[in-house]
Design a protein around this ligand. Structure first.
Ligand code: NAD
Ligand code: AKB
Length: 318
């Protein structure tokens, strides 16, 4: 991998993705070249591993000063309100998800930053999109405020690239599963809780119904995809909104069966709540052939290899 000298700012570094992405970026670029920032206190796993700055991405002036003071060349913007939390306060979700991105894109334009990363989500798709192997370019009519904000964000990314030459790159992540940092209020969070409860109590009541298929991905694949996209030559990238990205697709019943291979007494029950409607509006799987063609994307984990790794790593944490 050809790593040039860059100074990176990760915004939202203490979240589910941020902790692992910051750690990986520090390995690649050097600890002092990756500044972690968040509203929250520094995450335990980041303490002592590199610079940390408390910053509210909504405060554009403060963010601008931080970027100039630390000679930042690249920004990874991870701060956002996710789907389930967003439905409880739509106005706040829209405000934070949009204004954070506009603040970063404006500063990137003014300061001629070299690259920006901002994640979108499979939540951009809605009930009128094809349900299986959802294509990159199709009907996009999201019905959650989270999905609406992600779709609008994708248009802004393409706009800043086309009109101002900002090299902003993006992935439509599936639901991400990990054990290092807790998830932040999404609909796919059940696929993390289920492992924790299987180890702790040997039972779990799922908030989605047994046959709800969703696109999912194990965090090591998501981190690798992010870095591979950011390292790809700009000329290879045909998508400047956000790339579809695929890992695996499974239902609560199937993840339960995968867990039962390790914990035979595991009991799974179902009590769908408001998140069922969100999940029902999303695809079961997505077609990521453009990511495969443009920057040779290939996931490594399937459901059973992920289950084995999750249970092994969570065993002494619960
Ligand atoms: P998270 O909620 O775990 O982390 C977000 C972090 O941003 C938190 O640590 C929070 O304190 C911080 N933050 C919130 N408001 C802030 C502000 N005003 N200023 C600075 N920091 C602020 O979220 P995540 O799961 O790590 O997701 C990161 C990004 O990836 C989001 O854009 C999310 O939509 C996207 N994404 C995540 C998933 C997933 O499954 N985790 C899937 C698709 C897309
Ligand atoms: C959520 O469930 O909100 C996220 C996502 C798929 O964007 N995990």
């Amino acid at each position: 991998m050809n790593i040039v000298k860059e100074k990176i700012l990760v915004i939202g570094a203490c979240g589910q993705i941020g902790v692992e992405l910051t750690t990986e970026l520090r390995k690649l670029y050097g600890a002092n070249n990756v500044v972690a920032s968040d509203l929250r206190d520094e995450h335990e796993l980041l303490k002592g591993t590199g610079p940390y700055v408390s910053c509210d991405v909504m405060n554009k002036e403060m963010l601008h000063v931080l970027i100039i003071r630390h000679n930042i060349t690249q920004v990874y913007l991870l701060a956002a309100i996710l789907s389930a939390t967003g439905e409880k306060n739509p106005a706040l979700a829209w405000h934070i998800n949009m204004q954070s991105l506009l603040n970063v894109l404006e500063i990137a334009k003014e300061e001629k930053l070299t690259k920006i990363y901002w994640p979108s989500s499979i939540a951009v798709f809605g009930p009128n999109s094809p349900k299986q192997n959802t294509p990159q370019h199709t009907i996009i009519e999201p019905t959650t405020i989270y999905g609406i904000s992600k779709f609008a964000g994708e248009r802004w990314c393409e706009y800043y690239h086309a009109h101002y030459g900002v090299d902003v790159r993006s992935l439509r992540y599936p639901g991400l599963i990990s054990y290092k940092s807790a998830p932040g209020g999404g609909t796919t969070d059940y696929a993390i809780e289920i492992y924790i409860e299987a180890l702790r109590d040997k039972d779990y009541q799922c908030f989605l119904s047994e046959d709800t298929y969703l696109p999912m991905m194990y965090m090591p694949d998501a981190i690798r995809a992010t870095i591979e996209l950011m390292e790809a030559p700009a000329a290879n990238l045909s998508v400047r909104s956000s790339y579809n990205l695929s890992g695996m697709s499974f239902s609560p019943k199937e993840i339960g069966a995968s867990i039962s291979k390790h914990i035979p007494e595991f009991a799974l029950t179902y009590k769908p709540d408001f998140r069922q409607q969100i999940a029902d509006s999303w695809p079961g799987s997505v077609d990521d052939s453009l990511a495969q063609n443009d920057w040779q994307w290939k996931p490594q984990y399937d459901l059973d290899t992920m289950t084995a790794d999750m249970l092994k790593n969570l065993a002494d944490k619960v």
